[in-house]
Design a protein around this ligand. Structure first.
Ligand code: PLP
Length: 376
């Protein structure tokens, strides 16, 4: 039995997404920009997905811009806002635990002369909204905070921060990387007080290569990709009808029972923690109030990569941290106070609503075996 517990890296596309792709590459293959019926049908498929995704976050269709994925969405959010407002406002605020697509984009802008402030969690590993608000001032252009951390599942106080920021500095653009929260916990742009939100298709049972940047009406963004004026000029390039359509179908499938699936995965997390508690030397790094979809543990001081390969030999697939960092230490665990041996032996288990108790049991059994057998 193969057990896939690396859903924060990517999810298996659902049947509806696959069917949508097949339809868009065999039947509905037109270019949405073409002024004939074949083009119009492709445009209708894109519009359909746009409406479904807009509804799922409480936005208008006109505020949804398709991109190649959340990496591009995050780049567009930061670079686009700086392009529009950065002449007057030179400061960028982010959390110190952002995904590389935000963190490294901020670093690139820092090299161009912008000031970047990275707000860290407090000693208890939790973020304090006040720390973000205190970092903001009249010179701040954009604040970008993720909703759910991809390595530990920490839920950041985005709504609290953005609400306070908007109250004190209404001009600051608020951006939230919602990739690991979308379709798992409710994401509503107004409730979050977010001017921009990034989403990724392949984390929600659609496919790789498609993402969304929600941009609130009235917020200016200078495009990072120029050309044929698709997506109202904000993101040029012929729309990938197959991927966009698949994204829409996956969201349509999963949007209606977020709460039920959250409860199911919460019960799985409880079971996982019970099984892990039986194993000597294993500690849990994710806090109790984290998203249940991501559980970060330290596996008895055994090096992550070695444990990963041990699990892999038994067809159990987890991650040592963020899939994007591929062996490179990201520094995020350290920010959360996970250091030394605990960081070196960190294993990320990330679930989906299709994960079963049997999957968790299989993982826990092999983890125990690994801890007993792996030396050093
Ligand atoms: N943001 C977060 C929090 C992520 O976890 C990821 C992917 O791991 C991304 C952004 C990048 O998403 P994409 O793979 O769609 O570029």
């Amino acid at each position: 039995m193969s057990v896939y517990l690396d859903n924060a890296a990517t999810t298996k596309p659902c049947t509806e997404a696959v069917t949508a792709i097949l339809d868009a590459v065999t039947e509905n293959f037109g270019n949405p920009s073409s002024l004939h019926k074949v083009g119009l049908n492709a445009q209708l498929a894109v519009d359909r997905a746009r409406k479904i995704i807009a509804d799922s976050i409480g936005a208008d269709s006109g505020e949804i811009y398709f991109t190649s994925g959340a990496t591009e969405s995050n780049n567009l959010a930061l670079r686009g806002a700086i392009g529009a407002y950065g002449k007057r406002k030179r400061k960028i605020i982010i959390s110190a635990v952002e995904h590389a697509s935000v963190d490294e984009t901020a670093s690139a802008l820092e090299k161009q002369g912008f000031e970047v402030i990275r707000v860290s969690p407090r000693d208890n590993g939790q973020f304090c909204a006040e720390d973000f608000v205190n970092a903001c001032d009249e010179n701040t252009c954009i604040i970008s905070i993720m909703l759910v951390n991809n390595e530990t599942g920490h839920i950041l106080p985005v709504r609290e921060v953005f609400k306070s920021v908007k109250r004190r500095f209404p001009e600051i653009i608020t951006h939230c990387d919602c990739v690991q929260g979308y379709m798992k916990i409710p994401v509503r742009v107004n409730s979050l007080c977010a001017d921009m939100v990034s989403l990724s298709g392949h984390k929600v049972h659609a496919v790789k290569g498609v993402g969304v940047l929600y941009i609130r009406k009235g917020v200016r963004v200078i495009p990072t990709v120029t050309g044929g004026h698709q997506e109202k000029g904000i993101r040029s390039g012929t729309e990938s009808v197959p991927l966009i359509s698949a994204f829409g179908f996956a969201v349509e499938k999963y949007a209606s029972d977020i709460k039920e699936r959250y409860e199911k995965v919460s019960a799985l997390k409880v079971h996982l923690l019970e099984r892990i508690a039986e194993i000597d030397g294993v500690t849990v790094n994710s806090p109790e109030n984290a998203s249940p979809y991501v559980v970060n543990i330290s596996a008895g001081g055994k090096r992550s990569e070695i444990m990963l390969h041990f699990l892999e030999q038994k067809e159990i697939y987890v991650s040592s941290g963020s899939a994007c960092s591929k062996g490179q230490k990201s520094g995020v665990l350290e920010q959360f106070g996970i250091r030394g041996k605990n960081a070196d032996s960190a294993v990320r288990i990330s679930m989906t609503s299709e994960t079963t108790t049997e999957d968790i049991d299989a993982f826990a059994d092999v983890l125990r075996e690994g801890i007993e057998k792996i030396r050093g």
